[in-house]
Design a protein around this ligand. Structure first.
Ligand SMILES: Nc1ncnc2c1ncn2[C@@H]1O[C@H](COP(=O)(O)OP(=O)(O)OP(=O)(O)O)[C@@H](O)[C@H]1O
Ligand SMILES: [Mg+2]
Length: 258
């Protein structure tokens, strides 16, 4: 079976700093694959490489078997890779619905004339976008919050709104950078439910970076552990939980890994 994402001997340096070196792993189709590791391990850098924000110094990346390395960000996005950011990047003044529509509109294809003249194709596209926005909000449990300004939503709701916006692009691989950070227990449970639903009903592959082990252990099919930019372990959650090297790396560094 071809992996949705295959990363092979990936490395990147920033001047003298080796941020990632010789990292290999695969994300299976329709799976949730966590990448964990202490602060500065290279997790966000990995996401920045996969999305084409950074260029690798060595190694390669394949999406469904086809090379991603060297492609510009917009081409990688067009191939079906979407992400969320470590710090939420919503339009806080706009409503939840408008935030999702903003994600959808980058993918609607009609010209300026059609927009200005409100020709039938435009009206049809707008109706379709509105229906899609409702469906996406419902999928992440925000159907009742459509009219609320994003900035007025609770943190857990904002994180799920970010998910809805990322989904608007119709991805096949979703990269999430610390979606559970700072969430209360009930909010984390909501997130877990939504992530499982995306995997199980949409068949989406998800690469999840997070320090919140309760969430990681609940949703992950497989876990890759990075430490100082290198691969420390790559295994099933139960094996990772018992891995002495992983335990040592966390006791040695991460403040919120418990
Ligand atoms: N653009 C950059 N220029 C120079 N160094 C960078 C750059 N991006 C990341 N780094 C360095 O690469 C290393 C890995 O950083 P990264 O942000 O990937 O860690 P992380 O695993 O996401 O950590 P955290 O859990 O704190 O978010 C760090 O030493 C960081 O300072
Ligand atoms: Mg990070």
């Amino acid at each position: 079976m071809t992996a949705t994402l295959h990363v092979e001997r990936l490395g990147i340096r920033f001047g003298g700093l080796v941020a990632l070196e010789d990292v290999s792993f695969s994300v299976a189709p329709g799976s949730i694959h966590a990448v964990i590791g202490p602060n500065g391990a290279g997790k966000t850098t990995l996401i920045n490489l996969i999305t084409g924000l950074y260029r690798p110094t060595s190694g390669r990346m394949l999406l469904d078997g086809a090379p991603l390395s060297g492609l510009a960000s917009h081409r990688i996005a067009a191939r079906g890779v979407a992400r969320s950011f470590q710090n939420t990047e919503l339009f806080t003044e706009l409503t939840a619905r408008e935030n999702v529509l903003a994600g959808l509109h980058r993918h609607l294809h009609y010209g300026l004339a059609e927009t200005v003249l409100r020709l039938p194709r435009w009206r049809h596209a707008e109706r379709e976008a509105a229906a899609q926005a409702e469906a996406l909000l419902a999928r992440v449990g925000l159907a009742d919050q459509a009219e609320v300004a994003a900035g007025d939503l609770a943190l857990g709701q904002q994180r799920r709104l970010e998910l809805a916006r990322a989904l608007a692009t119709g991805p096949r691989l979703l990269l999430l950078d610390e979606p559970a950070a700072g969430l209360r227990a009930a909010e984390a449970e909501d997130l877990v439910r939504v992530l499982r639903d995306l995997r199980d009903t949409l068949g989406l592959a998800i690469l999840l970076v997070d320090h919140v082990m309760r969430v990681v252990m609940q949703v992950s099919d497989r876990i890759t552990v990075l430490h100082h930019g290198r691969l420390l372990a790559d295994d099933l959650p139960e094996a990772i939980r018992r891995n002495p090297q992983v335990i040592a790396a966390y006791l040695g560094g991460a403040p919120h890994a418990a």
